[in-house]
Design a protein. Sequence first.
Length: 462
Amino acid sequence: MKEKPWSGRFSQETDALVEEFTQSVSVDANLYAQDIEGSIAHACMLHSVGFLTDAERDAIVDGLGAILNDIEEGVFEFDPALEDVHMNIEDELTRRIGEAGGKLHTARSRNDQVATDFRLYVRDSLEEILRLLRDFLTGLLDKAEAHVDTIIPGMTHLQHAQPVSFAHHLLAYVEMFLRDHDRFEDCMRRLNLCPLGSAALAGTPHPIDRFLTSDALGFDGPCNNSIDAVSDRDFACEALFCASLAMMHLSRLAEEIIVWNSKPYSFVELPDAYCTGSSIMPQKKNPDVAELVRGKVGGVYGGLVALLTTMKALPLAYNRDMQEDKKPVMEGLDTLMMCIEAMTGLVGGMEMNREALEKSLGEGFITATDVADYLAAQGVPFREAHRVTGVMVSDLIARGRTLADLSADDFRKYSDAFEDDIVEAVTPENSVDRRTSFGGTARENVSRMILGARARIEDLGD
């Protein structure tokens, strides 16, 4: 059994069960790149304030670089007996370069080390999420631009409500994911402070330069309070919260795709590459990618609740409970990234079934609101217009007819306010184009919205 870095205080070896129970390297080995990045910055700072000679700094930096290379090539073996990623790397560094490796931990603790590594990991993950969101938003806009003139039944309660441009429907999701992008950027702004140099909780008596280390690691500056620096996991909770909202938005879109793809609707045809079949029913083509996106939301939500619960009653500063913070965050952010990529491909390959859409637009009295709005525009109080239209719809249902079956004279049987142009006013295309209010579904509006949204997305990369 390897000697622990803290073994001087203890007279007994760690029980084998306790060793397995307390190890975290099976999870935090994922922080290896950030741990080495932070250690190199720390070594350079120690050299700048006189704690390391040129030779010692160079030995540490070169040794850490060699260890990074070995890990990435898969030839480095992490030892659970050394508990975590930090001690595995430090122990190997000292074995390779000798005494200089033992000087690396001057003026730091595993408490500020892991807090720094974790912030770097979350920041790296959020940068990738932001990139994936921009790609997804571009894909949504491309699909919207191709379908400004495609009219679909807009729904409430999964019932036909009013016709809308399919592009307008997709632009609703563009707004959601733009908000997600904004939230992740805001989260990054708050997490981008450096805990390194806070040591265990109280700081250090050594004359270190925390601003130098922060700058080397791309942080905006050091954390202001050493106790908060090692005990704060707000950034992790916030990242998971943002991920949970983004997953919820993905799931809503996935659910709609599942509904649109179902045979009662058949509004869309999904790409074969993003569907699977049945082991027994040869005719099946299942929207499994969308279903799995919908199904994976619970795991991300669960990770957020688990992390909040872990943190809810912890006294300051560091407590070992916080070892449990990484797994839910890593899994949650990885899940989100995979789901964004999967949905980008699914939406990109999705085709609209215009025949099914046209048939559906003729059902459910989808332009009934246009009849009431027409009467209101003629001076009929809207509540009376609503009543007249309701009577008309009820009569047509009883007679097995639709609004499209009516002539202008038929309309006038219900109100003298109807004129000849009522027949054209209640077509789905005119219904869409009459909704010219700001943010409405008129196709002219939608085309402007696409241009505006594309400009907003292009600005995100700046």
